[in-house]
Design a protein around this ligand. Structure first.
Ligand code: SF4
Ligand code: SF4
Length: 419
């Protein structure tokens, strides 16, 4: 489906008049230390990136989105913008985007990133038709960057000083080029810090324009309480205007940024209505995979009384949870035919869209992973179906089966996995 790229309110001042966006706060962690950041300081009246009143799991965020879109139909863009870094926990971010894309094929998807760990995920973003990416680039000179970033953790080890800033810069440029190469529009944000990079922001614009960025957003420093830069002044409006004028020689400048929160929803510049906050809080308080979205549980069983079939050998699944009763049979559904690899498990997930878990006597790692990505928890157990369903319903521990060490040892398969 062709997406209407003109409807992104951040990339188009005209769209900002009528097109709303929502940020899903699923990114809890970060992999760099910006000296202007303090994500601990949360206030619902405060509007700035990095602040969110709550965190959501990917499935909670879809549950929230469905309810939000029902009451705010002008939502055109779904983005991830923190409160940490989207690619510090890429599994959560990508699953969130995947769920949104599955349910809203014509929605614009957007991600904001510091760029440190973005490049390896650009192909996945392109596959999900993520059309807009924002990378925050505050310096293209490691000497300047070292004064803005306290550290960076590109892998297992933490870098500091110029080594951190250089690594970050190189990875940002790699990610920017990869996005442009994949046809994704890139906006670059630059936080302007007086006395540190205010005279450098134009150089940032020149560099990123050369790599194909389409838009530049110079954001005046917000001296966040508790951050290292808490005592620095915000740049004067006249200085910001001059920087934007000069940087505008290289890239179109964004002048309508709302410095949005990581859980912002609605039109740019509008504060979040209390009813939307209520939806957000309710989603955050629901189970990681909300019951309302997935009320049922599927069981691999020969006769529907015992959990006694391996995931890969079941030719049908018993689905329980009709009308909110965890023990009421909702139906018996055929399993997709064996073979077909990855697609077989995607087809099964589609068959069981109303289920949050599958009880099986055994399962290989690949289907578990694929099904988990689709929101279906595979639970390896044994014994009476009724007992296990009740335990799951009441949030009690499920009796976990002691699993065989090798594939093929617990089922009638060939030992080559559940493909
Ligand atoms: Fe804070 Fe974002 Fe910087 Fe991470 S990248 S330290 S969340 S401002
Ligand atoms: Fe758009 Fe600025 Fe809000 Fe980010 S902070 S979503 S760039 S308006």
């Amino acid at each position: 489906m062709a997406l209407d790229l003109s409807q992104h309110p951040c990339f188009s001042p005209a769209a900002a008049q009528h097109a709303a966006r929502v940020h899903l706060p699923v990114a809890a962690k970060c992999n760099i230390g910006c000296r202007y950041c303090n994500r601990q300081h949360d206030c619902i009246n405060e509007s700035r990136p990095g602040v969110s009143s709550t965190l959501l799991t990917p499935h909670q965020s879809l549950y929230y989105l469905e309810r939000l879109v029902a009451e705010t139909p002008q939502i055109r863009v779904v983005g991830i913008a923190g409160p940490g870094e989207a690619f510090a926990t890429p599994e959560d971010s990508l699953l969130t985007l995947r769920l949104v894309r599955q349910h809203y094929p014509d929605m614009l998807l957007c991600v904001a990133s510091n760029g440190l760990a973005l490049a390896p995920h650009v192909a996945a973003l392109a596959e999900l038709q993520v059309s807009h990416v924002t990378i925050t680039v505050n310096a293209v000179d490691p000497g300047v960057g070292a004064r803005i970033y306290a550290w960076a953790r590109p892998g297992k080890h933490v870098l500091r000083g110029e080594a951190a800033a250089r690594e970050l810069y190189e990875r940002q440029m790699e990610a920017l080029s990869a996005c442009v190469g994949a046809g994704i529009l890139v906006k670059v944000n630059t936080v302007v810090v007086p006395g540190i990079n205010d005279r450098h922001a134009v150089e940032v614009a020149r560099t990123v324009a050369g790599l194909g960025a389409s838009y530049h957003n110079c954001i005046p420093l917000y001296p966040a309480p508790g951050s290292e830069f808490a005592e620095l002044p915000s740049p004067a409006p006249a200085d910001m205007a001059a920087i934007r004028r000069e940087a505008g020689a290289f890239l179109p400048q964004m002048r309508h940024c709302g410095r949005c929160r990581a859980d912002a929803a609605g039109l740019l510049g509008e504060s979040m209505p209390e009813r939307v906050l209520g939806l957000l809080r309710e989603a955050a308080g629901s189970p990681p995979v909300p019951l309302a979205r997935r009320p049922c549980v599927a069981v691999a069983s020969h006769e529907g009384l015992l959990v006694n079939q391996h995931l890969g050998e079941a030719d049908r699944f018993w689905v329980f949870g009709q009308d909110g009763n965890p023990l009421a049979l909702a139906g018996v559904r055929p399993a997709p035919a064996a073979g077909g690899g990855h697609q077989r498990w995607l087809d099964l997930a589609a068959q069981l869209q109303d289920c949050r878990a599958i009880l099986v006597s055994g399962a290989g790692p690949t289907p578990r992973e694929v099904l988990a990505q689709q929101g279906l928890q595979v639970i390896v157990t044994e014994g009476l179906v009724e007992e296990q369903l009740l335990a799951l319903h009441l949030g009690q521990p499920i009796r976990r089966k002691c699993e065989p060490a090798a594939c093929g040892a617990g089922c009638r398969g060939s030992g080559t996995g559940c493909g």
